[in-house]
Design a protein around this ligand. Structure first.
Ligand code: SAH
Length: 244
C-alpha cells in the first residue's frame, strides 16, 4: 500500500536524478540539463524551523529534502532558503517556510491520507505533502501558476494530482478527503470544502479579512457537527473566486 502511494506522489530521494546531496565544487562541466541541487541549505532551513518551534520531525525531514530554490525564479534563488515569503508571479507568493511547516504540522498527517490543497502556487507546499507520503490533490486558480508548478514538481520527481480550477468548488468527484489545507485566506470557511471533509478529518486554513487571519483548524466531528480551534495570526493572500 505505502509503496503505491510513494509512486503516486514522489520518488525516493535516491532515485531522483536531478536532486543530489552534494555538487562537485569546481565542476569543469557546465550544467546543460536540469540543474542539480545541493540540499545543505534546505537542511539548515529545517534546523532553523526546529529552533523556531516546529516539532513534527517528519515535516522537518521533508523540508530538508526539498530544493526550495527550484520553486522561485532564478533571480530569487539566493533568497530561497531564507524564512520569508517570496513573489512567484501573478501577484502571488510562495508562503514563508515557517508557515508551510506550521500548516503541515497542524494537519496531523497519517501515511496514506488523501489530502486536498487549495492554492498550489509555486508547488512547494505540494512537494512537502508528497514527501510526507500522502496522496496529494491540489487546485490553483491561475492557469500560468498551475502550469509552472506542474513542470517544477514533475522535474523534481513529484507527481501530485494538479488541477486548474476554483478551490471554492473543491473536487466533488474525489471527495471525501482526510485532510484539507487552504493556503490562501477565505473570509468564511468554504461550505463545499466542509462537505468534502471526511467525518473525523481536519481542515487547516487561515481564516479572516484582508489585513490578518487566524490559523484555524476545523475538525469534522460528525455528519453535521464541526469543531474549530485557532493557532495564531498570519497574513496570507486572499482566496479569490473563479479562475484566471
Ligand atoms: N501553497 C503555495 C502558496 C501559494 S499562495 C506554495 O507553496 O507556493 C496562495 C495561492 O492560492 C496563490 O497561488 C493563489 O493564486 C491561490 N488561490 C487563491 N484563491 C484560490 C482559489 N479560489 N482556488 C485555487 N487557488 C486559489
Amino acid at each position: 500500500m505505502l509503496w503505491m502511494l510513494a509512486l503516486i506522489c514522489s520518488l525516493p530521494v535516491t532515485n531522483r536524478a536531478q536532486v543530489e546531496k552534494t555538487e562537485p565544487e569546481n565542476s569543469k562541466f557546465p550544467m546543460t540539463q536540469s540543474p542539480t541541487y545541493n540540499l545543505e541549505k534546505a537542511e539548515k532551513l529545517a534546523r532553523k524551523l526546529r529552533d523556531k518551534g516546529i516539532r513534527d520531525k517528519a515535516v522537518l525531514a521533508a523540508i530538508a529534502r526539498i530544493p526550495r530554490e527550484a520553486f522561485v525564479g532564478e533571480e530569487l534563488a539566493e533568497m530561497a532558503y531564507l524564512d520569508r515569503p517570496l513573489p512567484i508571479g501573478e501577484g502571488q507568493t510562495i508562503s514563508q517556510p515557517y508557515t508551510v511547516a506550521r500548516q503541515t504540522e497542524l494537519l496531523e498527517l497519517e501515511p496514506g491520507d488523501r489530502v486536498l490543497e487549495i492554492g498550489t502556487g509555486s508547488g512547494y507546499q505540494a512537494a512537502v505533502l508528497c514527501e510526507m507520503g500522502v496522496e496529494v490533490y491540489s487546485i490553483e486558480r491561475y492557469e500560468e501558476l498551475y502550469q509552472t508548478a506542474k513542470e517544477t514538481l514533475n522535474r523534481l520527481g513529484y507527481f501530485p494530482k494538479l488541477y486548474h480550477g476554483d478551490g471554492y468548488e473543491g473536487l466533488p468527484g474525489e471527495a471525501p478527503f482526510d485532510k484539507i489545507l487552504i493556503t490562501a485566506a477565505p473570509e468564511v470557511i468554504p461550505p463545499k470544502l466542509k462537505e468534502q471533509l471526511r467525518v473525523g478529518g481536519r481542515m487547516v486554513l487561515p481564516l479572516g479579512g484582508r489585513d490578518r487571519q487566524q490559523m484555524t483548524v476545523v475538525k469534522r466531528v460528525s455528519e453535521t457537527r464541526y469543531s474549530t480551534s485557532t493557532h495564531g495570526d498570519y497574513i496570507f493572500v486572499p482566496m479569490k473566486k473563479g479562475t484566471e
